[in-house]
Design a protein around this ligand. Structure first.
Ligand SMILES: *Cc1c(COP(=O)(O)O)cnc(C)c1O
Ligand SMILES: [Zn+2]
Length: 444
C-alpha cells in the first residue's frame, strides 16, 4: 500500500490545513475546531471487500499493534504513526451485547448494547487516547518538544490519559472538578502517577483553564477538541458494522456531554459510506441528562440557536457539561444523520439503569441516559419494534458503584427507587437461610 496521507483541516470549511504533527487545535481563520482529513481516493484503491477481509483477519489477534480494535483499522484511523511508536493496551474489540431479555421487556426485538466500557480503563475514552498519546510519542521521537500532556476531565478522560501516558513514560497533568468525579475515577490517575489537580470548580471551569495553559505549546492538549481523539473513537462505528457482518444498524443511541463522541461515531459511519463499505447511514439519537442539556434545548429550536448553560449535578457525572466544545460539529452530525436529541431526568436515569441491570447488565448512569432516550423514542413510535437499535454503553458500571449502591439503599433524593434490592441480614443458621429463600421464592 502506498503511503496514506492525513492532515488537519478546518471543520467549518475554511481552506486551511496543517500536518497532523503540528500543535494546533483551532482554525486560525474562524476559530472552529479542526478535523482529520483522510485521502479517501487513496483508500478507495483498496476495494471494500479487501478492507473487510484485512480488518477481519487482524481483529482481536496478537500481531502488534493490529489486534487492537483501533489499530486494526490503522489505515482509516491514523496511518501517520509508525507501528513501533504506537501506545496501545489492546483497546476496543468490545462486546456487542444482544440485550434479548431487556429488549423483550420493553418491546424491541433487535436491541444491542455496545459495551465500550469493557476496556482498559473502563470507558470508551481509551479509544481516542491511544491515538492521541501514540501521536505525542511519534512527535517526541521526531524531535518535537512536548513536556507533558494535559486534560480537563469529568473522570474518564483523565483515567485514560494517565494510563496511556504512564505506558509511554510521558508526564500527564489532569484537571478535575473537586468532588464531582467518582472515587474510582479519582483513584485511576493517582495510581498511574499523573499530576492530579483538584479544582474548586466544575468541568466547564477546568476546561477553560486547560485551554489557557495549553497555549504554551510544550503542554499538549488531550481534550476532544483535539481531533486525534475523534479518529480513535470513530472505530466504535467501524466495529458495530463489522460485528453485524458489515451492515449498519437502523439506530445508534449515544449519551452526549462534550459531544465529541456523537461527532466521532458520525465520522465513522460517514467514512464507511464514502468508502462503499455500507450503503446507508443509521439514524443517531443523542441523549443528554436533563440537568445538563444545552444540545437538547438547541434541538427544540431546530438547532437555530445554541446557548451554553450552567450544568447542574447529575448521576451521569461524566456528562455534567453546560458548554460542550464539540457543539457545532455535533449539530452538523445530527443534521446529516436525521438525528434526534432526547433528555432524561435523574429519576429516569437511575431507574433505567436498575431496570436494565435486572436483565443481566451492569450499567453506568450515562448508559441509563441513553436507555431512557431510547425508551422514549420507542414509546413515541419513532423507533419501530423490529428495528435494529444499538445503545452505546460508555463506561463500566463498576466505576459508579457508590451512586449505584445509594440507589438500592434508597438514599438518592428525588428518586423513587423502583428496582431497589437490599441484602437480607440473616443469622448464620441453615433454617433461617432456608426461610429467607422461601420468602424470596414467594416474591418472584
Ligand atoms: C466522556 C463520556 C461521555 C460523553 O462523551 P462526549 O464525547 O463528551 O459527549 C459519556 N459517558 C461517559 C462514561 C464518558 O466518560
Ligand atoms: Zn475555519
Amino acid at each position: 500500500m502506498e503511503k496514506l496521507s492525513v492532515k488537519f483541516r478546518c471543520g467549518e470549511a475554511c481552506d486551511v490545513s496543517f500536518p497532523v504533527t503540528e500543535i494546533v487545535y483551532n482554525c486560525p481563520k474562524c476559530g472552529g475546531l479542526l478535523e482529520v482529513e483522510h485521502d479517501l481516493d487513496a483508500l478507495r484503491e483498496t476495494s471494500p471487500s479487501d478492507w473487510k477481509k484485512l480488518f477481519s483477519e487482524r481483529f482481536m489477534g496478537t500481531m502488534w499493534p493490529y489486534g487492537s480494535g483501533v489499530w486494526g483499522k490503522k489505515e482509516w484511523v491514523m496511518p501517520e504513526v509508525s507501528d513501533q511508536n504506537v501506545i496501545s493496551m489492546f483497546e476496543g474489540g468490545t462486546n456487542l451485547f444482544w440485550a434479548s431479555r431487556f429488549g423483550k421487556e420493553i418491546g424491541c426485538s433487535d436491541l444491542w448494547i455496545k459495551q465500550c466500557g469493557l476496556s482498559h480503563t473502563g470507558s470508551f475514552k481509551d479509544l481516542g487516547m491511544t491515538v492521541l498519546v501514540s501521536m505525542v510519542n511519534e512527535m517526541k521521537k521526531r524531535g518535537i518538544r512536548i513536556d507533558a500532556v494535559a486534560c480537563a476531565s469529568t473522570g474518564d478522560t483523565s483515567a485514560a490519559l494517565a494510563a496511556y501516558c504512564a505506558a509511554a513514560s510521558i508526564p500527564a497533568v489532569v484537571l478535575l472538578p473537586r468532588e464531582k468525579v467518582s472515587p474510582a475515577q479519582l483513584l485511576q490517575p493517582l495510581a498511574n502517577g499523573a499530576l492530579v489537580l483538584s479544582l474548586d470548580t466544575d468541568f466547564d471551569g477546568c476546561m477553560a483553564i486547560v485551554k489557557e495553559i495549553t497555549k504554551e505549546k510544550t503542554i499538549y492538549l488531550a481534550n476532544s477538541m483535539n481531533s486525534l481523539r475523534i479518529e480513535g473513537q470513530k472505530t466504535v462505528a467501524f466495529e458495530i458494522v463489522q460485528q453485524f457482518d458489515w451492515e449498519a444498524p437502523d439506530w445508534v443511541v449515544i449519551p452526549g456531554g462534550n459531544l465529541g463522541n456523537v461527532s466521532a461515531l458520525g465520522a465513522g459511519f460517514s467514512m464507511m459510506k464514502d468508502l462503499g463499505v455500507i450503503d446507508r447511514l443509521p439514524r443517531i439519537i443523542c441523549a443528554q441528562a436533563a440537568n445538563a442539556n444545552p444540545l437538547y434545548e438547541s434541538y427544540l429550536k431546530n438547532f437555530n440557536e445554541f446557548h451554553p448553560k450552567h450544568a447542574l449535578p447529575t448521576l451521569a457525572s461524566a456528562i455534567q457539561i453546560g458548554n460542550p466544545v464539540s457543539i457545532y460539529r455535533a449539530i452538523r452530525t445530527l443534521k446529516k444523520f436525521n438525528g434526534i436529541v432526547e433528555d432524561a431526568t435523574e429519576d429516569e436515569i437511575a431507574n433505567a439503569v436498575a431496570m436494565s441491570d435486572r436483565t443481566g447488565l451492569f450499567n453506568c448512569p450515562h448508559t441509563g441516559v441513553a436507555i431512557t432516550a431510547f425508551m422514549k423514542c420507542l414509546s413515541k413510535g419513532i423507533i419501530k419494534a423490529d428495528e435494529r437499535v444499538v445503545i452505546i454503553s460508555t463506561a463500566s458500571g463498576l466505576k459508579f458503584a457508590e451512586s449505584k449502591i445509594r440507589y438500592h439503599m434508597g438514599e438518592l433524593t428525588g428518586i423513587n427507587a423502583r428496582y431497589a434490592n437490599l441484602p437480607v441480614e440473616t443469622k448464620a443458621d441453615a433454617g433461617e437461610v432456608m426461610s429467607a429463600i422461601e420468602r424470596f421464592r414467594g416474591d418472584i
